[in-house]
Design a protein around this ligand. Structure first.
Ligand code: NAD
Length: 513
C-alpha cells in the first residue's frame, strides 16, 4: 500500500492524492493537486499582497514573525501530531528536529531583520568618495517559490519562508506530497501571527505542481530536495533568468581519528546515522575509522545498535521509513553491499509487518565499490570502513560526487580543523555531526552535487532581496568635466589624475583605497 496514492479525481476532474502514515498505514488525509492555473492564480494574489507587505516597516514585519513563536509553542502538540502522523518519525525527533529549530529560526531571523535589511550608508573608496554617496537598499524580489522535501517537512518549510517574508516578499510554499499538512502548519501559524493571507500561501501536489510553480513567474526558487529534481529546477530557472538556491542530497563522511574519544564517536556514529530514520541530508552515511582503533569502535557501535528499538509510538528510538519509495533504495544498497563482501553485524532487513520499517543496521567491511558508500541511502544504517590512516580517510571522504557536510572526530581540535579544511564539503563539524543546518549564523550549502547557494548564514535575508545601490552625486555643478565635448584639456586632466592617484607614492600610503 503506497504512502501517497492516487485517488479518484474530484467531480471537476482534479487529481487527488491520498496520504497514509508510514508507521501505521492508516490514512491521514488527502490533497487536491494544484494545477498550473491554480498556481498562477496564487502567484497573482501573492503579487498583489506583496506590494502592500513591502510597505510594512521591517521592524513591524519582524515583530509579526517573532510573535509566531508564542503560537507555535502554544500549539506545538498539534503540530507534532501532524508531523508524526505524516512521517512516522519519533516524538523526540519531531520536537528536536522540527519544533526547536523552527522556534530558533523565528527568533534568530526576526532578530536580524532590521540590521540586515534596513537601508545602509556605505563609504565609497578613493577618488569616488569626494564626489558620490552610496546608499544600499535591500529591495524585496517579489514572489518566492519555496519547494520542500519530506524529511523535515515543517522546519525546512518555515526557515526559508520566514527569511523571504522578513525581506518583504510573498511566499508560495509547495510542501512535499508525502507530508503536506506539516508544511501547511508553517503557513497557518504565520497567518495566525498576522502575516497577511496573500503573503504566505500553500499550493499542494507532486512534481507537476512544483514544476508549475517554478515556471509560474516567481522571482526566486528556494528548493530543498534531491539532486535530480534540483537539476531540473536549475535548468528551468536559468531559462527564465531567475535566481535559485538548491539544498540537495548528501553522502556525509565521518572521519574517526586514532585519538578520538571512542565512546563519543560510537554514540555519535549511531545517532547521526539513525536520526530521523536516517533521512537527514547531512546525517552520517559513511564512517571511516583508522585501523588502530577500528575493533573498539565497531564493538561499541554494535552494542549500541543491538539495543535500539524501532517501531511506532513513543517507546522507540527509531521510527518508520517515511516513504515507501525510499525502502527499495535502502534494500538495494544493503543487498549490493552484501554481495560485494560487506558484513551485516546487526539488522539488514526491512520489517513491513505493521508499517514501513527498516531494522537499525550496522554494516562493516564496506568499500567504495558498493552503492552504500557512493549513493545517498537515507536509511537507518551505520556503514563503517577501516582506513590505514587519516590521509586515506580524507581521500575516501572526498571520493564522492556529493559534498554537503562531514565530520571529524578527534581530541586534537587543531588537527580536526586542518582535516576539516581539506574536506570537499559545504561544512564540517568536529566531534559531532548533522548540526550544520541548525546553526543559522553558519551558511549552509553544498559543494559538488549537493547544491548551489546557501540557506542561512549572515546575509541570508539579503539573498531574498535585490541589493540595489543608490549612488548620489554630492555637488551641484552644472556639468562634469568629462562630459562632451572632449578636448585635449580633459584628456590631459584625466591622464594627470591617473599619474597622481596610481602613479605616485600616494597609493602606497593607502590614500585613495
Ligand atoms: P524530491 O526532489 O523528490 O522532492 C522535493 C520536492 O520537489 C517535493 O516537494 C516534490 O514534490 C518537488 N518536485 C518533484 N519534482 C519536481 C519538479 N520537476 N519540479 C519542481 N518540484 C518538484 O526530494 P525528496 O525525496 O522529497 O527529498 C529528499 C531529498 O532531499 C534527499 O536527497 C535529501 O538529502 C534532500 N534534502 C536536502 C536538504 C539540504 O538542506 N541540503 C535538506 C533536506 C533534504
Amino acid at each position: 500500500m503506497a504512502i501517497v496514492e492516487p485517488l479518484a479525481d474530484t467531480s471537476e476532474g482534479r487529481r487527488r492524492l491520498g496520504i497514509r502514515s508510514p508507521a501505521t498505514r492508516e490514512p491521514v488525509g488527502e490533497i487536491v493537486v494544484s494545477r498550473r492555473e491554480d498556481v498562477e492564480a496564487a502567484i497573482v494574489k501573492a503579487r498583489d499582497a506583496q506590494r502592500e507587505w513591502a510597505r510594512v516597516t521591517i521592524a513591524e514585519r519582524a515583530r509579526i514573525v517573532r510573535s509566531t513563536i508564542d503560537i507555535l509553542v502554544e500549539r506545538r502538540d498539534e503540530v507534532v501530531e501532524t508531523i508524526i502522523d505524516e512521517t512516522g518519525k519519533t516524538r523526540l525527533e519531531a520536537l528536536m528536529m522540527e519544533i526547536v529549530p523552527a522556534c530558533d529560526y523565528l527568533n534568530f531571523w526576526s532578530g536580524r531583520a532590521v540590521e540586515e535589511l534596513s537601508d545602509e550608508k556605505r563609504k565609497l573608496h578613493g577618488y569616488l568618495r569626494p564626489v558620490k554617496r552610496l546608499i544600499m537598499h535591500y529591495r524585496p524580489l517579489g514572489v518566492i517559490g519555496v519547494i520542500t522535501p519530506w524529511n523535515g517537512p515543517f522546519s525546512l518549510a518555515i526557515n526559508p519562508t520566514i527569511q523571504a517574508v522578513l525581506a518583504g516578499n510573498a511566499v508560495l510554499l509547495k510542501p512535499s506530497e508525502v507530508a503536506p499538512y506539516s508544511g501547511d502548519w508553517a503557513i497557518k501559524l504565520l497567518r495566525e501571527a498576522g502575516v497577511p493571507e496573500g503573503v504566505v500561501q500553500t499550493v499542494h501536489g507532486d512534481g507537476e505542481t512544483g514544476a508549475a510553480l517554478v515556471n509560474g513567474g516567481v522571482q526566486k526558487i528556494s528548493f530543498t530536495g534531491s539532486v535530480s529534481t534540483g537539476k531540473k529546477i536549475a535548468a528551468a530557472c536559468a531559462e527564465q533568468l531567475i535566481p535559485y538556491s538548491l539544498e540537495l542530497g548528501g553522502k556525509d563522511a565521518m572521519i574517526v581519528c586514532a585519538d578520538a574519544d571512542l565512546e563519543r564517536a560510537a554514540g555519535g556514529a549511531v545517532f547521526n546515522s539513525m536520526l530521523n530514520s536516517g533521512h537527514v541530508c547531512m546525517g552520517v552515511e559513511r564512517v571511516y575509522v583508522v585501523e588502530s582503533v577500528a575493533d573498539e569502535l565497531e564493538e561499541r557501535i554494535a552494542n549500541i545498535v543491538r539495543e535500539l528499538r524501532y517501531g511506532a509510538g513513543d517507546d522507540v528510538d527509531v521510527g518508520a521509513v517515511f516513504w515507501d519509495r525510499q525502502l527499495p533504495i535502502i534494500e538495494r544498497h544493503i543487498e549490493d553491499a552484501k554481495t560485494k563482501g560487506a558484513e551485516i553485524v546487526v539488522g539488514g532487513e526491512a520489517d513491513t509487518t505493521n508499517g514501513l520499517f527498516y531494522k537499525p543496521t550496522f554494516v562493516r567491511n564496506v568499500d567504495h565499490s558498493m552503492e552504500l558508500m557512493r549513493e545517498e541511502t537515507f536509511g537507518p544504517i551505520v556503514s563503517v570502513m577501516r582506513v590505514k590512516d587519516e590521509e586515506e580517510a580524507i581521500r575516501l571522504a572526498n571520493d564522492s560526487h556529493y559534498g554537503l557536510s562531514g565530520s571529524v572526530w578527534t581530541r586534537d581540535i587543531q588537527k580536526g580543523i586542518e582535516i576539516a579544511k581539506r574536506m570537499e564539503t559545504g561544512s564540517v563539524i568536529i566531534n559531532d555531526a548533522s548540526m550544520a543546518y541548525g546553526a543559522p549564523e553558519a551558511p549552509f550549502g553544498g559543494m559538488k552535487d549537493s547544491g548551489v547557494g546557501h540557506v542561512n548564514g549572515l546575509g541570508a535575508l539579503r539573498s531574498y532581496t535585490h541589493q540595489q545601490p543608490i549612488l548620489i552625486h554630492r555637488w551641484a555643478q552644472k556639468r562634469e568635466r568629462v562630459w562632451y565635448p572632449h578636448t585635449p584639456k580633459t584628456i590631459e586632466e584625466i591622464d594627470g589624475l591617473i599619474r597622481i592617484i596610481y602613479g605616485t607614492a600616494l597609493k602606497k600610503l593607502g590614500f585613495f583605497s
